[in-house]
Design a protein around this ligand. Structure first.
Ligand SMILES: *Cc1c(COP(=O)(O)O)cnc(C)c1O
Length: 359
């Protein structure tokens, strides 16, 4: 069986012009000169022996930032989710998560393949759900029912339009899960976007999460790396899974130094990405036929149906003018602002999309 690339074929044509504005994903940010300098200067050791100073520093910073006992550095956010699930759950367990969540749609069936757990998809607007929905999904403890052991949420909710869970709603669903004897896990791929947008300190936002991670390869601009946080006991066990899966690193501090640099330089500026996303959404809303969802953070989703083009058709057309977006449905486009896109780039993208729609 052939697996399709995430890029439509026309966007891989060797004759394509170079990119001028890359709104495809905040994962495509490149390390800045300052970040590369920090990487070159990193003091490194052997992480598997627990003595890579740059990784230890990053883990200490993250544990303090999120007010958790301990932290572990991992190559990717996907590995954070999967190791958290391996640590919290056993085969046969049921996880509750939004039906559009990354662990259901974008991790290769990891919970089933690795843990043997099933994920029950919950419904709700903008990638979120309420305590009543969690309560309605709870099962009587019976011999023939799967044990429900974990509730998972995304902050921000990616497929929910980059929406920010309000703190009271987040706390309410986490309380509901804890009352039902479940543990709670936050996929914080874009946690700092939520923190900056809501103005709520990170440790308050994750206070009721038994485990939580932050990705450094999204809008924070590092080449790789994510940090998973939780209790000391949870992290001990997570470390064993990291080892089993071959995720233990040697001089990984070179990459951890980029993440620490990102914490120092690239968090507050996420507000710029959010302002650019709002500007982009306002510009696109003026284009006849486009239905634009109001962005809360750095992700802008819009529907092309009314303009008489599919999402892929539009993405292909604008790519020939050096503008790249991603498509997440027949008519749904995602445009993502990040530190390698400035206001002029957003203006250019609006102009190109307008031209290609009205031609
Ligand atoms: C990107 C993303 C992940 C996976 O992170 P990687 O570092 O790419 O493995 C998980 N969850 C959400 C919501 C994401 O956006």
């Amino acid at each position: 069986m052939a697996y399709s690339s995430i890029y439509a074929p026309a966007r891989m044509d060797p004759a394509l012009p170079p990119l001028r504005v890359n709104l495809y994903s905040d994962t495509q940010t490149k390390p800045s000169p300052g970040m590369k300098e920090a990487m070159m200067a990193a003091e490194v050791g052997d992480e598997q022996h627990g003595d890579d100073p740059a990784i230890l520093e990053l883990c200490d910073r993250m544990a303090a930032l999120l007010d958790k006992e301990a932290a572990v550095f991992l190559p990717s956010g996907t590995m954070c989710n999967q190791i958290a699930i391996l640590t919290h759950c056993r085969a046969g367990d049921e996880i509750l998560a939004h039906e559009l969540s990354h662990i259901i749609a974008n991790e290769g069936g990891g919970p089933g393949a690795l843990t043997g757990a099933v994920v029950l998809g919950l419904r709700g607007e903008r990638g979120q759900f309420d305590p009543e929905t969690v309560r309605a999904a709870l099962r009587e403890p019976r011999r023939n029912a799967p044990p429900q052991t974990l509730l998972e949420v995304e902050q921000t909710a990616n497929s929910g339009g980059g929406s920010v869970w309000p703190l009271d709603k987040l706390n309410a669903i986490m309380d509901t899960a804890h009352e039902a004897g479940m543990r709670t896990h936050m996929d914080g791929a874009r946690l700092m976007n939520a923190v900056v947008a809501a103005g709520v300190p990170a440790h308050e936002m994750v206070a009721k999460c038994d485990s939580v991670w932050l990705d450094f390869t999204k809008g924070l601009g590092a080449p790789l790396g994510a940090v998973l946080c939780g209790s000391a006991r949870f992290i001990d066990e997570a470390w064993q899974w990291k080892q089993r899966l071959g995720g233990s690193l040697r001089q990984g501090g070179i990459c951890a130094a980029a993440c620490t640099y990102a914490l120092d330089h690239n968090v507050d500026r996420l507000a710029e990405d959010h302002a650019n996303a709002r500007f982009l959404a306002q510009g696109l809303a003026q284009v006849a036929g486009l239905m634009v969802e109001e962005p809360e953070t750095n992700l802008v989703f819009f529907d092309t149906r009314g303009a008489g083009v599919t999402a892929d058709e539009l993405a292909d057309r604008i790519r020939w003018d050096g503008v790249q977006v991603s498509t997440v449905g027949k008519y749904r486009v995602r445009a993502c602002t990040h530190l390698d896109v400035d206001r002029a780039g957003v203006e250019l993208a609006i102009q190109v999309i307008r031209e290609k729609i009205s031609r």
